[in-house]
Design a protein around this ligand. Sequence first.
Ligand code: HAM
Length: 466
Amino acid sequence: MPRKKKEDQKPDMPPIELPKMKERPQLVKGMKDILPGDQCYWEYIRDTARSIASLYSFDRIDTPVVESAALFTHGLGKLTDIVEKEMYAFIDQGGQNLALRPEFTAGVARAYLEHGMNVWPQPVKLYAVGPVFRHDKPQEGRYRQHNQFSCEIIGEGKPAADAQLMFLAYKFLKTVGLMPQLHVNSIGCLACRSVFKEQLIEYYRSKRSVLCEDCKRRLTKNPLRILDCKNDTCQELKAKAPHIVDSLCESCQSHFMGVVDFLDELDIPYQHNPHLVRGIDYYTRTVFEFYALKEESPEGDDDEKKAAPIALGGGGRYDNLIEMFGGVSTPASGFALGIERIILAMKAREAAGGVRCVPPRKPIDIFVAQLGEQAKRKAMLLFEDLIADGFSVAESFTKDSLKAQLELANKMGVKLSLILGQQELIDGTIIIRNMEGGEQEVVDRKKLMKILHRKLIVENGDISNP
Ligand code: HAM
């Protein structure tokens, strides 16, 4: 229904007040709109994720954004920053304690158990792409809603699975035009970690007074998390802290050697980072992180950047998680890449090197221009026929001026414009205008499709359409 104009209102009626907001609505802090200009990055990343994941036989899984809060407090660890400081937890109208997922892994592990995937052929390889939520300190590269591409291999404990995951992530990052820097470490199993925790407590005890308040607490409750702290002083102290690889039991040591052997074989450049522990408690044995080259790094604020470079992605093995959720002991490993950070790195790379990380958009082939009311109606039908034939087509049926329509076609970089006016309707013809040279020809409307196929596909060798 067309809206009534003010002057259409009955004269005896008082003017109708719109219920206006007091202040103009604004984006919530830490959230981000993805505008049309950036969609080419998103589409390219999602398509690349889908195709690489399926090449490696991963099946897609979609888990809900809302899960029980206990899934994450129990799975990720109460003393992790994600659970302690960043989780969007709330009690719903029914009194349930819920959370917006801060990551995918715990939800995927829950789904594995809940849908009896343990009786499927093992390992089960799953990937997910979508938004996760963390009440992080907002800045470039750190958002409160960000998107991850997450891959999990559940039901396989061998080093080859860890190496294949790293290779997949590496290949993905290379495919989107980046030069990923891989850091790897092993944090051992629960047994070798308890030995290491004692060593850490011993090392940090004499330095307790200079640790940040969080780390003072962590020292007694979860000393491994101190290695993950972003505070400047805690970072400095980390340099001389003991290395966990020196405390690995024989079996964890041989697992780690197996992983690096595969990485050497696959020829992936990596570096052993002895202090890498990752910020989630479910990890066992292998942990890894991918960083951008310095010039591709998201800006961050200066302090943050000095303290810890921002990772493009990370992952590792989590052999106890399924059992912690009530299943039988099931080894697993996985990773997640942060899509916003990858896009920032792609843009930085494009700006620094003049390279284009996203393939250019296919140009639009045809613009349908019309002149006159009747021609406009027929032009709308023609537009539908062209789409059905597989051409990429643009139009501006709301514009009446032919000049304005052709200017728009020019701006869009269209190859051919079709012009349909009153005379052409009467004659059963249509004008084809070559937008590059400006020359025009009048053709029989019935032969139009054939002519367009010849011009756009055969003559140009362009198979952008059928
Ligand atoms: P994570 O390291 O916590 O791992 O997150 C993965 C990636 O998400 C990070 O490396 C980063 O690129 C991106 N990211 C994290 N927080 C933010 C943020 N606030 N803003 C923008 N990007 C962010 C996990 O989530 C694990 N679930 C990975 C995993 C899968 N481990 C085993 N399987």
